[in-house]
Design a protein around this ligand. Sequence first.
Ligand code: C2G
Length: 129
Amino acid sequence: MKKVITYGTFDLLHYGHINLLRRAKELGDYLIVALSTDEFNWNEKQKKCYFTYEERKKLLEAIRYVDLVIPEEGWEQKRSDVKEFRVDTFVMGDDWEGKFDFLKDLCEVVYLPRTPDISTTQIKNDLGK
Ligand code: C2G
C-alpha cells in the first residue's frame, strides 16, 4: 500500500484544497493529512483560523480522498511522521517548492501546482467587502 502525506491548515475549505487532496491521493492508495493545530497556526504561522482544529478535522474526514487526519503541532515533526507512518510520498503545493527537500532521503517529495485564483485569505477579503 502506497502511503502519501500532506500538511496544511485547510481553513475555510475550498476547491483549491480539494484539488490538492485529489492529486495527492492519485499518487498512492492511502492519504494522511497532518492538520495544523490552532496553536501551531497562531504561534508559527500567525494564522487565526475561522474554524477550530476539530471543525477543520471533521471537514477533512468527510473528503473521499482523505484516509487519516493527524495533528500538525510543529515544523519539526515531518521526518518522524514519515518514518512512523511509513510514508512513500510527501506532497505539498508548489508555494512550498524546495522547502521540504530535506525529506528526500526518506521518501519521494512532490510539489504540485497550486490552484490559481483561490485562497482562504482572498475569501476573507472578498467577504469583508
Ligand atoms: N493549496 C493549493 N491551491 C490553493 C490553495 C492552497 O494547492 N489555491 C494547497 C497549498 O499549497 C497546501 C495545501 O493546499 O499544500 C493547504 O494549504 P494551506 O492550508 O494554506 O496550508 P499552509 O498554510 O501552506 O500549511 O507544514 C506545512 C504547513 O502546514 C502548510
